[in-house]
Design a protein around this ligand. Sequence first.
Ligand SMILES: *Cc1c(COP(=O)(O)O)cnc(C)c1O
Ligand SMILES: [Zn+2]
Length: 430
Amino acid sequence: MNERVSWQVCASCGQELAASDPRQRCPACRGLLELRHRAPPMTHGGLRALLDSRLGVRRGPLASGVWRYRELVLPEADDSLVSYPEGNTPLLARPAVAAWAGVPELLLKHEGHNPTGSFKDRGMTVGVTQARRVRATAVACASTGNTGASLAAYAALAGIPALVIVPKGQVAVGKLTQVLAYGARTILVRGDFDACLSLALAAGERLGVYLLNSINPFRLEGQKTIVLELLQQLGWEPPDWIVVPAGNLGNTAAFGKALREACEWGLISRVPRLAAVQAEGAAPFALSYRDGFATRHRVQAHTVATAISIGNPASYERAVQAIRETDGVVLAVSDAEILEAKAVVDASGAGCEPASAASVAGARQLVRSGVIRKTDRVVAVLTGHLLKDPDVVLAYHQGTDAPSPRANRPVEIEPKLEEIERVLSARATP
Ligand SMILES: *Cc1c(COP(=O)(O)O)cnc(C)c1O
Ligand SMILES: [Zn+2]
């Protein structure tokens, strides 16, 4: 037992499984599984130095912003990794966004810069690598869109057939486009995301396909690198807050684990506080937080931010642990606040999809309520790319019903220079 490098543990009853066991839940109690790794061969300064020495690597697995941290992600993985590469996303300073949120030191960790335009690629490179290691003949997921887009792309890269199960009519056009284009078998379910997830779980157990939903512990290992990478970009000097949109709670859980391990292995000596931000119309986790996590809630989800439109989050327990261990907070913001935050992020040139803007809207709310202090250093995670959901953008800027506060209306003209001149002078005097 001593030489083992990685293994799985049931988070509920403690039962251990081999890392190569493809089951998605604990065979004894159906609890969620978590991956554990032997401590890296070097810790503290040595580990930092090793990770920093890889920053200039441009080729091979270590050029990936996920596999650079392989000792903390999947130390046993050999060089048959399924990698684009991914990660290496920018940490952006956008003064206009910071000013809107009301905190001078706000940085944006832009995960929309991943190969398929969302952070899901960080999990999927590990998940599909694991699928290959267990010799899966097919992979599947239920998705609000981005997981499906990412799975489709990585399965294509690995040459494994993929099945993507999505709620009909509830997937943003950019995401559905990707799933179809990358060649996944696409199933449109007449139901919501939670119905898709139940179906995928049943298919995983009875039809023998390898499931890559967010309860898959290998995906969470990859998602930890959002935090590891941003800490490294800050020279291992942690911010006071990390603010993240929260839907199925995979990221919240992964961030908690990343911070726990980063502390344990000496990469950081102080843990930032996590803020998980939900949309008001899909806020079961925020409800639970308000009563000290005494009850687990389920809701009928409804929000413009489709990526976090989830009523019964799968990673609930481990997200509770993440919030508790980091002295974190959970809050909900309205769709109007999300859309305004998005308009501000978009107009700064950064741009993001609606769900991503929940982090910036949440940061603003926490500054206003005094939970985040004006002197705090804050990193808000932008989870997905602007072009994922063009319909929301067009409706916001050129919609005809309620006028949006920051609408940038297009101007229609006859093809005459005077008309351009008129538009230009109107702009100059707002
Ligand atoms: C998946 C996703 C989320 C939600 O993340 P969870 O880990 O499910 O909480 C948020 N934003 C975007 C863009 C996503 O694709
Ligand atoms: Zn168990």
